[in-house]
Design a protein around this ligand. Sequence first.
Ligand code: SAH
Length: 348
Amino acid sequence: MNSRSIIGLTIQELEQVLRGWKQEAFRAKQIFSWVYKKGITDFARMSDLPRDLRKSLEENFYLFDLKLVKVLRSKDRTAKFLLEAEDKSRIEAVAIPAEKRLTGCISTQIGCKFSCAFCASGISGFKRNLTVAEMVSEALFLKNNSAQQKLTHLVFMGTGEPLDNYENVLKAIRLVNSPETFHIGARRITISTCGIIPGMKKLAGEGLQVELSISLHAADDKTRGRLMPVNKKYPLKELIAAAKGYSEKTGRQITFEYVLIKGVNSDLQNALNLVKILKGMKLAKVNLIPANPVKELALEPPAKKDILLFRDYLLKQGVNVTLRMPRGEDIAAACGQLRLRDEKIYHS
Ligand code: SAH
């Protein structure tokens, strides 16, 4: 009877299980090394464990919460992993390799409650939170299928809202942070939020140096409210104050994500509003992202010259700004495109 996932347990939790079986606690480290360092997905192959321990593990635990359905690899080497949970829900995770890094983009929920006007994730509604084991399994799939390249960075920017699944996301972060698993430093882990203020405040008090990205997308309440219904609950003034609070408390720079959408939030008045609301925030950066087209949503990026005008205006006003070109577009792995296409393929 395979009853419980071994992924998602902390080493202390596994040690406790082992003590209950009258096994030595150091075996937990060996098991973690097989799972997280060597990418072994079968207890029978953990050759330095006593036979009876392997048997107990097999009887009491399973090793993956997710099944790999398929991998789509982009021309730019970005790879999108379509995974299936036990309840048949589909989850997407993305591996983004660069010269010296491998960034994993992790989904935190099945679907999303927040219905941002430009995002594919909320189109089919919200189903449930992902468990710790499912999120850590996403990271493991990415690592195990990336030529065993070390996973150096994680961004909680896939489908869902991480701060709406707070406890599980935090436990997953502490786990991937620990030396026995991926040992990814907190500074290399990013949480991206649509602006859940109580979650941001709580996160500031965790004593973790996690990077915080805020999906801003407009700098006046009217435009932002239209794009992001969450703005009605957590309006800009309070959001910016909470962002300041986070950077003051943690010493971390906040990244404001700003998706540029033609005719919606990308003229110079919008740029001016952005400069205004960021005034006085020392530890802030703006990341401009030309909107990725989502077929179901009438959505277009501005012309290149307008994107550059917007960026240059911010630069001139002394804003720390980067322009991010989306990766993995040919496999629909870019921001906000996750899950929907595959859901259509598989469920219609
Ligand atoms: N809920 C979180 C994390 C998921 S979205 C958040 O809101 O931040 C990850 C990022 O992709 C966000 O910045 C989101 O605004 C952006 N995004 C969503 N749809 C997009 C689209 N069509 N084009 C470009 N970026 C998009």
